[in-house]
Design a protein around this ligand. Structure first.
Ligand SMILES: *[C@@H]1O[C@H](CO)[C@@H](O)[C@H](O)[C@H]1NC(C)=O
Ligand SMILES: *[C@@H]1O[C@H](CO)[C@@H](O)[C@H](O)[C@H]1NC(C)=O
Ligand SMILES: *[C@@H]1O[C@H](CO)[C@@H](O)[C@H](O)[C@H]1NC(C)=O
Ligand SMILES: *[C@@H]1O[C@H](CO)[C@@H](O)[C@H](O)[C@H]1NC(C)=O
Ligand SMILES: *[C@@H]1O[C@H](CO)[C@@H](O)[C@H](O)[C@H]1NC(C)=O
Ligand SMILES: *[C@@H]1O[C@H](CO)[C@@H](O)[C@H](O)[C@H]1NC(C)=O
Ligand SMILES: *[C@@H]1O[C@H](CO)[C@@H](O)[C@H](O)[C@H]1NC(C)=O
Ligand SMILES: *[C@@H]1O[C@H](CO)[C@@H](O)[C@H](O)[C@H]1NC(C)=O
Ligand SMILES: *[C@@H]1O[C@H](CO)[C@@H](O)[C@H](O)[C@H]1NC(C)=O
Ligand SMILES: *[C@@H]1O[C@H](CO)[C@@H](O)[C@H](O)[C@H]1NC(C)=O
Length: 500
C-alpha cells in the first residue's frame, strides 16, 4: 500500500489520447476484443472486496471486525499480512480472504524452500478450509518500491506455490504479486501501453508463472492519481465513472475502442502490455482502487462526494458484468482501498482518509449502491423500496401484481381484504406492496425491481398508517387493526383492485 510514493508517468503520449469522439470509418466496425481471455473463477462471477489496513488508533477487535464484515455483507477481503487472530476469527464464515507476504519477508521466503513451506503450514494449512483463504499476494509493489528485492520475487512466489502443491492446495489458493500502475508506460491510449523495458526481465517470467498456474495479474489502479497528475487532460467525470456524453468518451485511435472511464482504460493498458509479451491468458485482478474523502489544500478533489461517486459507481460497474472495452467478456474483480480510515498514517491528509468507515465502524459517507444487492447496504445507503410507477394503466399493473403474488411468491397477505395494507383498495397500492415484498425477498438483487418496466426503486418509505411495507425501518408497535375479520388471508390469491 505504498500510495504516497506513487509515481505515475504518463509522458506526453496522453495528449495524443483523444477525448474527442473519432467517428468509425464506414465499413469498419470497431472490434470489441482482439483475443479472448480464459475466464477464471467463472462459477463465482466478479466481486467487490475491501482491503483492510490496520494503522488505526482504535482498531476494532477481530471478532467485532468479523461481525461487522458480516453485517455489511462483505464477502471478500484482503489483508496486508497473515494476522492469526483475523484468520482464526474468519473461520466458518463465508468470507474469502487474500493474505499477504510483507516485503520484509521476501528475502527469507525467496531464498529457502523450507521457510516457504513452513510459512504455508503456519499461515494457510493451519486455517484452511475453515477459513476460506483464496490467494496470497506476495510483497506489495516490489518492483517500484523495493527494486532491490525484485530478484527475490519470483523465487518467493515459486517456492510458496511449490509448498501449496505439496499440500494439494494450489488449485484453491492462487499466488501472485500486486504491482503499481507505474510499471506500465504510456497507458493512454491503452493499445500503446507497454511494461517498462527495464523491468521486463523480471515481469516476463512472473507473467509466465501466472499463466502456467492460472493466477491473476494483481494491479493497484488509482484513477485518482491519474486525474491529479493530468488535470485538464483527464476529465473528472471520466475518473469518477460518471455517465459521459459520447464526445467525452476517450477513443483509442488504434483500436477505436471507446472508453468512458479511466479504470477500464488502465485495465486494458495492462492487457495490451501483457499482449506485447505474448501473454494472453492472464486476467487482471484489481487489488487496490479507491478515492480519498478528505485531503489538504493541495488535494481539493479528495471529498466525500467524489469518494462516494467513485466507489458507488465502481461497485455498480463491477456488478454490471460489462467488462472493459477490450474484454467485455471478463469483468475484473476489485478490492476497494480501503475499509477503514487509517488515522495513524502520515501526511498528506488524504493518506488517512481512504476508508469507507472510521475505525469505530461508523460510515464516513453513505454509498449509493441501491439495486446491487445487499453488499455494503447496511447503514451505508438509504433503505430502498420498490413501488409501482405512475402512468401505467391498471391492466398492466394487475398483470405484474398477479405475477408477483403468484409465480413470484411475494408475500401478499397484507393486501388481502381486511389486512393492514388492503386500503387504499386500488391496484397501484396493491402492486406497490407486492413489488416491494418481492424486491426485499430477493435481497434487492439487480433486476428484482422491474416487472417489465412498471416498477421503480424509491428511498421514501411507502408505509402509511398501520400499513408497513416490507423493508420498512419503522419498527412500530402496531397492533394489527382487524378491519374485516371474516376474511381469511391467502397469499398468492389473485387480487383485484376495485377503484382503478
Ligand atoms: C526449491 O525447490 C525447487 C523445486 O524443488 C528447486 O528447483 C529449487 O532449487 C529450490 N530452491 C532452493 C533455494 O533450494
Ligand atoms: C523504468 O524502471 C526503471 C527501473 O526501476 C526506472 O529507473 C525508470 O525510471 C523506469 N522508467 C520510467 C519511464 O518510469
Ligand atoms: C512474441 O511473439 C512474436 C511473434 O511470434 C515474436 O516475434 C516476439 O519475439 C515474441 N515476444 C516475446 C517477448 O516473446
Ligand atoms: C466515529 O469516529 C468519527 C471520527 O473520529 C467521529 O466523528 C464519530 O463521531 C465517531 N462515531 C461514534 C459513534 O463514535
Ligand atoms: C443493519 O444492522 C443492524 C444492527 O446494527 C441490524 O439490526 C439490522 O437488521 C441491519 N439491517 C439490514 C437491512 O441488514
Ligand atoms: C437518502 O436519499 C435522499 C433522496 O434521494 C437524499 O436526499 C438523502 O440525502 C439520502 N440520505 C443519505 C444519508 O444519503
Ligand atoms: C407474510 O407476511 C405476514 C405479515 O407481514 C407474516 O405474518 C407472514 O408470516 C408472512 N408469511 C410468510 C410465508 O412469510
Ligand atoms: C411508524 O409507524 C407508526 C404507526 O404505525 C406511525 O404513527 C409513525 O409515524 C411511524 N413513524 C415513522 C418514522 O414513519
Ligand atoms: C414500542 O413499545 C415499547 C414498550 O411499550 C416502547 O418502549 C418503545 O418505545 C416502542 N417503540 C416504538 C418504535 O414505538
Ligand atoms: C362477518 O360474517 C358475519 C356472518 O357471516 C356477518 O354477519 C358480518 O356482517 C360479517 N362481517 C363483516 C365485517 O363483513
Amino acid at each position: 500500500m505504498a500510495i504516497s510514493n506513487y509515481l505515475l508517468i504518463f509522458l506526453l503520449s496522453i495528449l495524443s489520447f483523444s477525448f474527442l469522439s473519432i467517428s468509425t470509418p464506414p465499413g469498419e466496425t470497431s472490434s470489441n476484443s482482439y483475443f479472448q481471455i480464459k475466464q477464471q473463477q467463472q462459477n463465482e462471477g466478479p466481486f467487490v472486496g475491501v482491503n483492510i489496513g490496520t494503522d488505526i488508533q482504535n482498531m476494532p477487535t477481530t471478532s467485532d471486525l468479523v461481525s461487522f464484515l458480516q453485517l455489511q455483507k462483505i464477502t471478500h477481503i484482503r489483508i496486508y499480512d497473515a494476522n492469526p487472530d483475523i484468520l482464526k476469527s474468519l473461520s466458518d464464515t463465508k468470507i474469502r480472504v487474500i493474505i499477504s507476504v510483507p516485503n520484509n519477508q521476501l528475502l527469507a521466503i525467496g531464498s529457502s524452500n523450507t521457510t516457504a513451506a513452513s510459512w504455508i503450514q503456519r499461515n494457510i494449512v493451519a486455517y484452511y478450509p475453515q477459513t476460506l483463504i483464496t490467494g496470497i499476494s506476495v510483497g506489495d509493489e516490489v518492483l517500484t518500491t523495493v527494486p532491490s528485492s525484485a530478484p527475490l520475487l519470483l523465487p518467493a512466489m515459486q517456492s510458496l506455490y511449490n509448498a501449496l502443491v505439496a499440500s494439494n492446495l494450489h488449485n484453491e489458493i492462487k499466488v501472485s504479486t500486486p504491482h503499481a500502475a507505474s510499471i506500465i508506460l504510456d497507458p493512454f491510449p491503452p493499445s500503446q501501453a507497454f511494461f517498462n523495458q527495464t523491468l521486463v526481465s523480471v515481469i516476463l517470467p512472473i507473467l509466465q508463472f501466472l499463466s502456467k498456474t492460472e493466477s491473476p495479474l494483481m494491479m493497484n489502479l488509482y484513477p485518482y492519481y491519474v486525474f491529479m497528475q493530468n488535470k485538464g487532460v483527464v476529465p473528472l467525470d471520466n475518473a469518477l465513472f460518471k455517465p459521459v456524453t459520447p464526445n467525452k468518451e476517450m477513443v483509442d485511435p488504434n483500436t477505436l475502442l471507446h472508453y468512458t472511464n479511466v479504470l477500464d482504460a488502465m485495465i486494458d493498458a495492462a492487457y495490451f502490455s501483457m499482449k506485447n509479451l505474448n501473454v494472453t491468458d492472464v486476467v487482471v485482478l484489481v487489488t487496490e482502487t479507491g478515492w480519498p474523502s478528505k485531503g489538504d489544500s493541495k488535494e481539493p478533489y479528495a471529498t466525500k462526494d467524489n469518494a462516494d461517486t467513485y466507489n458507488s459507481n465502481l461497485i455498480k460497474h463491477v456488478f454490471d458484468h460489462s467488462g472493459t472495452p477490450l474484454h467485455p467478456e471478463a469483468t475484473s474483480s476489485v478490492f476497494i482501498y480501503e475499509l477503514f480510515n487509517e488515522d495513524l498514517r502520515s501526511p498528506p491528509v488524504s493518506e488517512a482518509n481512504w476508508g469507507l468507515f472510521y475505525g469505530n465502524m461508523t460510515a464516513v459517507y453513505l454509498l449509493h449502491v441501491s439495486g446491487i444487492g445487499t453488499f455494503l447496504a447496511n447503514d451505508t445507503t438509504n433503505q430502498t423500496y420498490c413501488i409501482a410507477m405512475d402512468g401505467f394503466d391498471s391492466k398492466t399493473l394487475q398483470a405484474a401484481l398477479d405475477w408477483a403474488c403468484g409465480p413470484g411468491r411475494a408475500n401478499c397477505s397484507e393486501i388481502q381484504p381486511g389486512e393492514s395494507c388492503y386500503r387504499p383498495n386500488n391496484v397501484k397500492n396493491h402492486a406497490s406492496y407486492a413489488f416491494d415484498s418481492y424486491y426485499q425477498k430477493e435481497g434487492k438483487a439487480p433486476g428484482s425491481c422491474d416487472f417489465k418496466g412498471v416498477a421503480m426503486i424509491t428511498t421514501t418509505d411507502p408505509s402509511h398508517g398501520s400499513c408497513e411495507f416490507p423493508g420498512s425501518k419503522n419498527v412500530s408497535n402496531k397492533t394489527k387493526e382487524v378491519v374485516n375479520s371474516n376474511h381469511t388471508s391467502n397469499a398468492g390469491e389473485k387480487l383485484r383492485g376495485e377503484d382503478n
